[in-house]
Every structure is written in C-alpha cells, then in structure tokens.
Design a binder for this molecule. Structure first.
Ligand code: CO
Ligand code: CO
Length: 298
C-alpha cells in the first residue's frame, strides 16, 4: 500500500487479503480501563479504514514497574478486551516492555476482500466528502491534562472515541466508496490532504459543515491547543488554500490531532443515498474536484 494508507495488505489468494497494522498511544484519560478501551478502538480503526474485518490482536504495553500497580495494567487490558469482544476480535497474546511513559496499543490482523480494499487514494471528481465523527478530541484531552475540564465532562468525547468504525466502514464499502481513511494524528486536514494528493484531485472542504465537539472552540479561543495542531498546521503550509475568512483558531481546530477519530470517506454522489441509509452518524463536509492534489478550505 502507499504511504497514506492505514494498513499493509498481503494478498492471500484470488479472493482474500490479510490486513495488518499496529498503533500505540499514551493515556489521554485518567481511568485505566477507559484508556485501554479507547486505545483498542483506535488500533482496530486502521483495519476498518481499509474496508477490512479485524480477526486477531496482540497487545503491546510499555510501562515503568515502579510507577504503576499491577491493577492499573490489568484494568487497561480489561478495557481493551471489552472492545475486542464487541468487535469479535481474539486477543492472541502480547508483549510488555519497560518504558518511562505509559503506552498501550494493539497490533491487529484482519482480512479484506481483495476487490473491496479501501485506500486513501481513489477519490474522483464529483464525489462527496463524508466525515463520521466530530473533531476536537485532541483539544479536549489537552484541556483535561491542564485541569480545565473534569473527568465527567469528557463523557461525550469518550463516547465518540469508543465508537468503532466498523459499521461506517461496512456502509462505505456497500455504497461503493472510492477512498477512505481514519482521522487520527494528522488532524482532519492532514488526512484530507493525504487523500487528495493520493487521488490526484482537489478536496474542497467547508469548515462550517465540519462537526465539532462542544466547548472545543471555546477552549481554543482561550489558548488550549495541542502541540500537534501547530505541527500539523505548519506541515500543511503551502499545501492548503485557506479562505480569507478562516481564522487562525479555525485552522488549528481543523488540524487538531484525533485519537480514534471518524472515517473520512469519498462516495460518488449518486451512491451517497446508499451510505446515508445506513443510519451511521455522518456529515457531508465537502466535495472532490478535478485538480492536482490540493486542499481548499472555505
Ligand atoms: Co489510520
Ligand atoms: Co494508525
């Protein structure tokens, strides 16, 4: 697969291919079991983003034995197992290693029909651009770390991070999606740019149509912005045409790094109804135009 694709694919036979991926993250919530569940959901997402079905997983955990009780480690795994059970994925084992900062994630293996692989490239002019989850989890996590928001107030963000991209991916494949990826560390615009470039088309995104978690704009206005947002925005310099009306805050919002974010999908316009019928939460955030891999934000 290409550099923008979410997982590696190994062709097995005439019909099936293996999908393999690994993802490890640091805690972004205080409750160990919730962290384990979010990380598992996040790790599975790359298989879904390829149109695949995850089957097995291996757990990877880095921690300092002096800093954490065994119960914390057990709770993280317990949270992950709950998600794997829901997704129908078997945990085959794993590996732990000593590490100053706690880290947890999964290596996931799945299968995909080789003629139904969703790639980051493949979007065509006229496609609608669909996003299945609101953005802003990076800002919320930063606000939590800074003590600006309490554990109880992040329930909605947590709910979204625990939403599997399984049904969204199935609906995308069913509706003949031309391309897909999951929105994670590079933020909405970073991943949209990868798709546009990989498809050799332009993506036109309407910022007012992008769903955003509550309070996120207020936090950004008061200076609570993850470092990743600034880095992502800097990386996109010269690659994105921002409309004049788009403030710096709005740009930082659109590059907010997501954990377990939604799927970004391009669907031919005449097949969009099929996707919408699936009752997956979604917003049309823009359109694909003929072009040369640029991103235009209005
Ligand atoms: Co991904
Ligand atoms: Co990934």
């Amino acid at each position: 697969m290409g550099p923008g694709d979410d997982a590696g694919v190994y062709l097995l036979d005439e019909k099936y291919a293996l999908v393999e991926t690994v993802d490890i993250i640091t805690p972004l919530v205080n409750d160990p079991s919730t962290f384990g569940a979010i990380s598992a959901t996040n790790s599975l997402s790359d298989v879904y983003a390829m149109g695949g079905r995850p089957l097995t997983a291996l757990a990877l955990m880095g921690f300092s034995p002096c800093d954490y009780e065994h119960q914390v480690i057990r709770d993280i795994l317990k949270g992950a197992l709950t998600v794997l059970e829901t997704a129908g994925v078997s945990l085959m084992g794993g590996h732990s290693f000593e590490e100053n900062e706690l880290k947890f994630g999964l290596s996931v293996t799945g299968t995909v029909d080789r003629d139904k692989i969703l790639r980051a490239g493949g979007a065509g002019p006229g496609d609608v651009i669909v996003l299945t989850k609101p953005i802003g989890t990076g800002v919320i996590a930063t606000a939590l770390k800074g003590g600006k928001i309490g554990d109880r107030e992040i329930d909605v963000a947590v709910k979204w991070m625990l939403t599997l991209n399984k049904e969204a991916a199935e609906a995308a494949v069913h509706a003949g999606a031309t391309a897909a990826t999951d929105v994670t560390g590079f933020g909405l615009l970073g991943h949209a740019h990868t798709m546009a470039r990989g498809s050799s088309v332009d993506f036109v995104i309407h910022s007012t149509e992008v769903p955003v978690l509550e309070r996120v704009r207020d936090f950004i206005a008061s200076g609570i912005v993850p470092e990743g947002s600034h880095n992502n925005l800097k990386y996109l310099e010269g690659k994105v045409d921002f409309g004049d009306s788009l403030s710096e805050d709005e740009r930082l919002l659109l590059t907010d790094p997501q954990t377990s974010g939604g799927l970004l999908i391009t669907v031919p316009e005449d097949r969009f109804e099929e996707f919408a019928r699936s009752e997956i939460s979604h917003s049309i955030i823009g359109r694909v135009e003929q072009g040369s891999g640029r991103l235009k934000v209005r």
